[in-house]
Design a protein around this ligand. Structure first.
Ligand SMILES: Cc1cc2nc3c(=O)[nH]c(=O)nc-3n(C[C@H](O)[C@H](O)[C@H](O)COP(=O)(O)O)c2cc1C
Length: 309
C-alpha cells in the first residue's frame, strides 16, 4: 500500500487519486460494481455523453476488434437524453459521489443550441454532478462533435455558450489534433480543464466483401495502439496551457498512467481497457501509487510534468 498522497485537483474537481474513467467505456458506473466498489475506489468517473433529447446513435455493426487489444467504434453517442439519464442513474451516481468518487457528466450536442439546452438541463436536474465534460470531439456523428471542436473558433464558440450556464467545473474533451492551439483557445474562454484524446478516426475494410467492417466507412480507433500518440498530445497541450489535463488514450497499466502524468497530465482516464479487463481500474490505481512511492515522492503532484527529454 502506497504512503504517497495521491489526491489531485482537476480544475476544481478534487480527486482522491488521479484515476478517472473515459466516457463511453464505463457505462454509467454501476455496470462495474460486480468487479469493485466504484465509489470507494476511483478518483472520478465520467459518464457516457448525454444530449438534451435522446439520440439513436449509428447503425450496427458499431464495434470492430483490431490486433493488440485495440478497437474501432462508431457508436455515435447513442443516449437517452438528460431527463431519462438522470431518472435512470441519478440516485446511483449520487451514491457514488457520497462515497468520495467525483462524478463528471458529459454534455453533447449537434449545434450550439443543443449544447446549451443539454447544459441547462444538467445544471437543473443533476445535483450529483461534480462537474461537466463538454464533448467537442466525437468523430462518429455527422453534425456537431468533432466538427465543432476542429478549429479554435468552433471550440471557443461552444465554450463561450456553455461557460456562463454553470459555476461547476467544466472540462472539455478534445479531438486528437491541434491540441496546443485549441487548448489555448478553450483556456481563454474559461475551461477549467481539458481531457484528451478522443478516438482517432480510422478504417477497417473486410477485403473479402470489400466493405467496411462497421456500418460506417470510418470509425474511432482506441486502446493500447493509440497510447503513444496520446502521450505526445498531452505533452504538447500541457506546454501550451496552464489549466490541468486529464490524459486519455490506451491506458491499461500503472506505467501507462505514470507516462501521462510525466507528460503533464494531472489525472488519467481509463477507456478501452475497461472493456477487456473490467477490474483494471483499481489495479492501475494501485500500480500508480506504487510507482510514485518508488520515485521517492511524498505527493503525486510532484511528478506531474516531470518528464525530461
Ligand atoms: C465504445 C466507445 C464509446 C465511446 N463513447 C464516448 C463518448 O460517449 N464520449 C466521449 O467523449 N468519448 C467516447 N469514447 C472515447 C473514449 O472516451 C476515449 O477518449 C478513447 O477511447 C481513448 O481512450 P482509450 O484508448 O483508453 O479507450 C468512446 C470510446 C469507445 C471505445
Amino acid at each position: 500500500m502506497s504512503t504517497v498522497s495521491m489526491s489531485v485537483d482537476l480544475g476544481g474537481i478534487e480527486m482522491r487519486n488521479p484515476l478517472n474513467t473515459a466516457s463511453g467505456t464505463y457505462g454509467n458506473g454501476w455496470q462495474f460494481e460486480g468487479f469493485y466498489d466504484v465509489g470507494a475506489t476511483l478518483g472520478a468517473m465520467t459518464c457516457k455523453g448525454v444530449a438534451a433529447e435522446p439520440w439513436d446513435g449509428n447503425p450496427a455493426p458499431r464495434l470492430a476488434e483490431l490486433p493488440g487489444s485495440a478497437i474501432m467504434n462508431s457508436v455515435g453517442l447513442q443516449n437517452p437524453g438528460v431527463r431519462a439519464f438522470v431518472d435512470g442513474h441519478g440516485a446511483y451516481l449520487q451514491g457514488v459521489r457520497d462515497r468520495g468518487c467525483q462524478v463528471i457528466c458529459q454534455v453533447v450536442g449537434h449545434s450550439i443550441g443543443e449544447y446549451v439546452r443539454a447544459m441547462e438541463l444538467f445544471e437543473e436536474l443533476a445535483p450529483f454532478a461534480s462537474g461537466f465534460e463538454v464533448n467537442i470531439s466525437c468523430p462518429n456523428i455527422a453534425r456537431g462533435g468533432a466538427a465543432m471542436g476542429a478549429t479554435c473558433d468552433g471550440a471557443a464558440e461552444v465554450m463561450r455558450a456553455v461557460r456562463p450556464l454553470t459555476s461547476r467545473p467544466v472540462v472539455v474533451k478534445m479531438a486528437p489534433h491541434d491540441v496546443a492551439e485549441i487548448g489555448r483557445a478553450l483556456e481563454a474562454e474559461g475551461a477549467d480543464a481539458l481531457s484528451l484524446i478522443n478516438t482517432i478516426p480510422g478504417m477497417a475494410i473486410d477485403v473479402r466483401t470489400r466493405r467496411s467492417r462497421l456500418a460506417r466507412a470510418t470509425a474511432g480507433v482506441s486502446g493500447p495502439a493509440v497510447h503513444a500518440i496520446a502521450v505526445r498530445m498531452v505533452w504538447e497541450c500541457a506546454q501550451a496551457v496552464s489549466i490541468p489535463i486529464c490524459g486519455i488514450g490506451g491506458v491499461a497499466t500503472g506505467a501507462d498512467a505514470a507516462e501521462m502524468l510525466l507528460a503533464g497530465a494531472t489525472a488519467v482516464a481509463v477507456g478501452t481497457a475497461n472493456l477487456y479487463d473490467p477490474a483494471c481500474a483499481p489495479r492501475i490505481a494501485s500500480e500508480l501509487g506504487q510507482w510514485a512511492q518508488d520515485q521517492g515522492v511524498s505527493d503525486i503532484n510532484e511528478l506531474i510534468g516531470a518528464f525530461e527529454c
